[in-house]
Design a protein around this ligand. Structure first.
Ligand code: FAD
Length: 183
């Protein structure tokens, strides 16, 4: 069996994975993480633009929402969003599985995200307040706004906490959560 020792551990996984990875979770860790469950979302990378035609749309925007027989979905134009200069139109679609021509699908990606419920979310502030206890840290979007900014700001805060704890000389200041702007 492979064994290594670490001074500190940072969990940057979806929160439902924390207890699966800890061999000896403390009762308070069980309480904070036991209600989290996984949520799976599937996106499709494709080059189909013809499904816009029945909607009477000649040119899509960066982000278009569609009402479908199954509910709703969105299509993101990657050429516009990511500055792709190719003449080929590339898109990322969510919940448009039956709308997109299978022959135009490049890749299907499953995403593992947190399943937010009142029960799972109620210990969020406690996880933040006790971050670093027992040399164990947690980062992730679920500790912030659930989006990119939440993931980045929580990671900065943990990096800052670990950096300060181990710094031999003062570190430069890092923008606070409220003051951080992302581009
Ligand atoms: C389809 C989709 C569209 C989105 N669009 C936007 C958007 O437009 N704007 C926006 O701000 N946010 C958006 N988000 C949300 C944003 O992407 C996420 O909130 C953010 O990326 C989450 O970052 P994270 O670091 O918390 O988790 P993740 O980026 O999910 O990182 C978790 C990591 O843990 C790893 N992992 C999982 N299990 C284990 C394990 N057992 N052991 C070790 N590692 C493990 C995973 O491989 C992954 O690398 C979108 C999310 C999805 C799914």
């Amino acid at each position: 069996m492979f064994e290594r020792s670490f001074d500190q551990v940072v969990f940057a996984t979806p929160p439902d994975q924390v207890l699966q990875l800890l061999s000896d979770p403390r009762p308070e860790e069980v309480r904070r993480f036991q209600a989290w469950r996984p949520n799976y979302a599937t996106t499709i990378l494709h080059c189909d633009r013809q499904f816009y035609e029945p909607y009477g749309i000649q040119k899509g925007s960066e982000f278009d929402f569609f009402q479908t027989n199954g509910g709703w979905g969105y299509n993101a134009c990657l050429n516009q969003l990511c500055g792709i200069t190719s003449n080929q139109a590339y898109s990322l679609a969510f919940n448009l599985n039956t709308t997109i021509d299978p022959a135009k699908i490049i890749h299907v990606q499953q995403h593992h995200t947190p399943f937010y419920t009142v029960a799972s979310f109620q210990h969020r502030d406690e996880v933040i307040a006790t971050n670093g206890a027992n040399n164990t840290y947690h980062v992730g979007a679920y500790l912030g706004d659930g989006l990119h900014e939440g993931a980045v700001t929580s990671a900065i805060e943990v990096a800052q906490a670990i950096g300060y704890a181990n710094a031999e000389k003062p570190l430069p200041s890092v923008p606070s959560r409220a003051g951080l702007s992302l581009h």
